[in-house]
Design a protein around this ligand. Structure first.
Ligand code: NAD
Ligand code: TYD
Length: 351
């Protein structure tokens, strides 16, 4: 099985590539532009594998995407390349529009031209998985869960750009017959997570004795999924999902941000008893503009139709994650020093 993964040097993409190369035994081509978020160090465990190849290319470059399809001849495409950080999208949306919308268009179109010319058997086996987020659904109140039928209502430039790309993917199925499936997942966490997102940022700031910036009152809720559970779900959906369908992915792990931060502090207190309590570093800061109050996923379609289930609970996953950061300074130290040192992103005057 030949799988073309876009964004395979990112957080979720690298977990997926490791899963596909090491556990599924697929032939993988990782197409990634290596933006600030792309890091080949996350792929050290597969870089020498005979079933792994890397191509540095921008998904917006249509000619290079066509070449990649023609030479690699994938059976499955798993499209994860994106700009992914809400706060960066507030500071500057241009890259989000370009990669998430124009780039997805470019990839879909290259896939369509390649797929059109396949023989009947390969044509009917081909799959294009478009990987998206639950943020396209907007914000929930206290009750209810996102279902696949929940109307799209995105709040941030990031989620609006992902919503646009989801619509393009479904349109390429309805209009051109391209065998597309879409997945919408909740917040991921785990090893190799770029330290701009809540969980790794809090772990590293706490380790360095720096303030832990909690936006607003910290009562916003996210539904956390361990990244390796997501990687398994993505392969399940790509290989067995029904065409033209969406599948929500989540593990029923809703937590308030403030409780997530307290949990990280408590784990670190246990490890470094002389440095605690780390919770003294918690600092309430100006809220994020357009901050969605609550996300929560109903994954019962994926569970009942395709038999996937999350293996980690938040408790087991967060312990593993903190431990991973403690043991893998080689991975995060260069990012903190050379790429992003943790300054606040996504606030602007007038709000
Ligand atoms: P990430 O920011 O860690 O990685 C994105 C990767 O895409 C990087 O390796 C980057 O170099 C690459 N990339 C960016 N622009 C590119 C371009 N123009 N051409 C080629 N490569 C490019 O993102 P992530 O957190 O791993 O998310 C992966 C996907 O999953 C995204 O589509 C995101 O919207 C979606 N998603 C993320 C989450 C989450 O919690 N992180 C949840 C649900 C869905
Ligand atoms: P984030 O990890 O950026 O993911 P997303 O915005 O895609 O859900 O943020 C998760 C939650 O944590 C979100 O409610 C914003 C909040 N947050 C903070 O309170 N402080 C921070 O420094 C960051 C990065 C996020």
């Amino acid at each position: 099985m030949r799988i073309l993964v876009t964004g395979g040097a990112g957080f979720i993409g690298s977990a997926l590539v490791r899963h596909l190369v090491n556990e599924i035994g697929a032939e993988v081509l990782n197409v990634d532009a290596l933006t600030y978020a792309g890091n080949l160090a996350s792929l050290k465990s597969v870089e020498a594998a005979p079933n792994y190849q890397f191509l540095r290319a921008d998904i917006c470059d249509h000619a290079r995407m066509q070449e990649a399809f023609a030479s690699f001849r994938p059976d499955i495409v798993m499209h994860l390349a994106a700009e992914s950080h809400v706060d960066r999208s507030i500071s500057g949306a241009a890259d989000f529009i370009q990669t998430n919308i124009v780039g997805t268009f470019s990839l879909l179109d290259a896939a369509r031209h390649y797929w059109d010319r396949l023989d009947a058997c390969s044509k009917s086996a081909f799959r294009f998985l478009h990987v998206s987020t639950d943020e396209v659904y907007g914000s929930l109140g206290d009750q209810g869960l996102f279902e696949e039928t929940t109307p799209y209502d995105p709040s941030s430039p990031y989620s609006a750009s992902k919503a646009a790309s989801d619509h393009l993917a479904i349109a390429w199925h309805r209009t051109y017959g391209l065998p597309v499936v879409v997945s919408n997942c909740s917040n991921n966490y785990g090893p190799f997570h770029f330290p701009e997102k809540l969980i790794p940022l809090m772990i590293l700031n706490a380790l360095e004795g720096k303030p832990l910036p909690v936006y607003g009152n910290g009562a916003n809720i996210r539904d956390w999924l361990y990244v390796e559970d997501h990687a398994r779900a993505l392969f399940t959906i790509a290989s067995r999902g029904r065409l033209g369908e969406k599948y929500n992915v989540g593990g029923r792990n809703e937590r308030r941000n403030i409780d997530v931060v307290h949990r990280i502090c408590a784990i670190l207190d246990g490890v470094y008893q002389d440095k605690g309590p780390h919770a003294r570093l918690i600092t309430n800061v100006t809220d994020r503009p357009g901050h969605d109050a609550r996300y929560a996923i109903d994954a019962s379609k994926l569970e009942s139709e395709l038999g996937w289930k999350a293996q980690e609970t938040f408790e087991t996953g967060i312990e593993k994650t903190v431990q991973w950061y403690l043991e893998n300074e080689w991975w995060w130290r260069p990012l903190r020093e050379n790429v992003y040192s943790g300054e606040r992103l996504g606030v602007f005057k007038g709000r």
